[in-house]
Design a protein. Structure first.
Length: 630
């Protein structure tokens, strides 16, 4: 576990500065929760006006405490907040949680005081959480230094999920959604303004706990991409998936984030690229962030996206086929012998091809699931299973369905999701440890997410050589390199570049499809490269790909084949989808790699590179570049 945040996640003692005898007040709830849920350490209320708080001895000040607390919750406001931070730092507290708002998110004076608190904390080696935070909670040991009412409404259940959120309200919403799925939660952390400790810091700290098997993150800004990358690398090593919701996709959302927590905006395309690079699944909303919370800890490793559907409704089979295709799943082509074996167990009017409609015959024969599922599980084409039961209840032997399905889940070792619209039936499946959703849309979305996330995590990771020294000219006039100087710089790095006259590239751009390659050094994410259709606006959706290093030429080609221009170029020029070393797209891709390495090696001395038009030569001869700008 990240040692500097250990006192926040696993404290032996917690001081509450501004402790209240009222368990419903902000200064009283952490005490109430820790008493109610059995905190194993010592609770130290600080209140100069009361000798006893909620039955516990209270102390006049942080200096009057009989011991130095690992964690201090600062539940006072105004000028008293900064004074409390200073007192905690002086006493040697490990971590201080500053609940009060009105600092970095409010304006210049608030930012000044916030920076002052951080400086005091860092000088003393103390970590600061917040300000403007609801706090932290560890349900494994009852250390609930948090004032959320959600923990009273949905009592904690310790489990494998860690929730790290910049927003306190969002941390509680996600907690409620996860607990509503029946999943247990180990940690809930809200980082607020992130004056010091960030979501990335806590993500890395939570990964030090071997019981954590899923990380759910909410961020309004990525302030420390390097730390988040380290957390993602550690998660990959441990086999712990990360699902993240990054808000501020739109300009309006970015303005709202700034007002909420003082967060600075990130370019959303770079966020997408960063998450892809580091194997982080991006959720679109809080519901989708929590949707698979009980699926990931199953530990399934999907080997493909071929789906088998079994239902007692023909309409559900049709809808499942449509939804699966829309989600990027394919219906498994069952072997003839599998279909014959299934048909032998079903009535003649049932469907033995995938999707398998066992019909209302289930009402008369409660063994149909138990008969059919083991058969299809043996088929090598089956990667995933979806069981849809839109109607059951009176007259149906639900107990048998649940028992047979649970046995199937244990035996197959492959992802299985059930949809049951009736609450009592869904509850029965969940009680048996079977992943169950209220409708097929959610169940199939989870199966698709598990599959695509696993594929993302298993994509080969490119490795770049160590940086090479760069000899950049000092005097570039208005900051632009002319074409010859730019090409000379590229030629030293990229053998794919052909030194022809600029007009040749422009002329060829009229005859052959032209691309652009550009790049910049982003202050948050570092080197960024884009490749796209040179005839269209670079920012138009679906016309370019954004890449963060390290990446190789094969990755660039795969990304380009996802664009219209890439597919059209491959079709016209005869470039196979499985790229070869001499393909024209490979040459373009190698240029993109070298642009990325050039930006990396320059370490910020090159602000941007713009190559347009870029025309790949036929038969892998190289590229012609019409213009270069630095």
């Amino acid at each position: 576990m990240n040692e500097s945040l250990l006192p926040a996640l696993n404290p032996r003692s917690v001081a509450i500065i501004g402790a209240s005898d009222d368990p419903n007040r902000i200064g009283g709830r952490p005490i109430h929760f820790m008493l109610r849920y059995g905190f194993r350490g010592r609770i130290l209320p600080v209140n100069p006006n009361r000798p006893v708080v909620q039955g516990l001895p209270a102390f006049e000040s942080i200096d009057a405490l009989p011991e130095v607390p690992d964690l201090a919750v600062i539940a006072v406001s105004g000028d008293a907040t900064a004074a409390a931070v200073e007192a905690c730092a002086r006493r040697g507290v490990g971590v201080a949680v500053v609940i009060a708002s009105g600092f970095g998110e409010t304006g210049e004076e608030g930012r000044r005081v916030q920076q002052q608190m951080v400086a005091i904390a860092r000088a003393a080696g103390m970590r600061l959480v917040g300000p403007n935070t609801q706090g932290v909670a560890n349900f494994g040991n009852g250390a609930i230094a948090n004032f959320s009412t959600m923990f009273a409404e949905l009592p904690p259940l310790d489990g494998p999920v860690a929730i790290c959120s910049q927003s306190g309200g969002m941390s509680q919403l996600v907690y409620g959604l996860v607990r509503g799925r029946g999943a247990g939660v180990r940690y809930v952390v809200a980082t607020g303004n992130e004056a010091d400790a960030t979501v990335a810091d806590f993500a890395l700290a939570c990964l030090g706990d071997p019981e954590v098997r899923l990380l759910l993150l909410y961020m309004e800004a990525i302030a420390d991409s390097a730390q988040l990358a380290r957390a993602a690398a550690r998660a990959r090593e441990r086999g712990v998936p990360i699902v993240a919701l990054k808000a501020g996709r739109s300009a309006s959302g970015q303005r709202a984030a700034s007002a909420h927590t003082g967060a600075l905006a990130n370019d959303d395309r770079l966020v997408d690229a960063f998450f892809r690079r580091h194997g982080i699944w991006r959720a679109r909303d809080p519901y989708s962030l929590a949707l698979a919370a009980d699926a990931y800890p199953q530990g399934w490793k999907p080997s493909g996206r071929r789906l088998v559907v079994v239902s007692n409704s023909g309409a559900s089979c049709v809808l499942a086929a449509d939804q699966a295709e829309a989600l990027g799943l394919t219906l498994a082509e069952l072997a003839p012998e599998t279909q014959a074996a299934v048909a032998s167990r079903l009535p003649g009017f049932a469907t033995s091809r995938n999707p398998i409609d066992i019909t209302a015959a289930l009402l008369q024969n409660n063994r149909l699931f138990g008969d059919v599922l083991p058969i299809v599980a043996q088929d090598a084409a089956a990667d995933l299973f979806f069981i849809d039961i839109p109607v059951a209840g009176a007259g149906y032997d639900v107990e048998s369905f649940v028992r047979d399905t649970a046995a199937f889940v244990r035996a197959t070792g492959k992802p299985v999701a059930v949809a049951a619209a009736q609450q009592s039936i869904a509850d029965a499946f969940r009680s048996a440890g079977v992943l169950c959703y209220r409708d097929g849309t959610d169940a199939l979305a989870v199966l698709a997410q598990l599959t695509q996330h696993a594929q993302m995590l298993h994509e080969p990771q490119a490795v770049w050589p160590e940086p090479e020294p760069l000899d950049l000219p000092d005097d570039t006039g208005a900051g632009l390199l002319d074409r010859e100087a730019g090409l000379a710089l590229l030629r030293r790095r990229a053998a794919a570049v052909v030194d022809d006259e600029a007009h040749r590239a422009v002329d060829e751009a009229q005859e052959r499809r032209a691309f652009f390659v550009d790049g910049c050094f982003d202050p948050t994410f570092g080197p960024v490269v884009r490749v796209g259709d040179g005839s269209r606006h670079a920012d138009a959706p679906g016309e370019s790909v954004t890449l963060l290093p390290p990446f190789d030429a094969d990755e660039v080609v795969r990304a380009l084949l996802g664009l219209r221009i890439g597919r059209e170029f491959a079709e016209v020029e005869g470039v196979p989808a499985t790229d070869g070393p001499a393909s024209d797209l490979q040459v373009l891709a190698r240029l993109a790699v070298e642009v990325g390495r050039l930006l990396r090696d320059a370490g910020g001395r090159i602000a941007s590179i713009d190559l347009d038009p870029v025309v790949p030569g036929a038969d892998g001869r190289g590229v012609r570049i019409g213009d270069t700008r630095r």
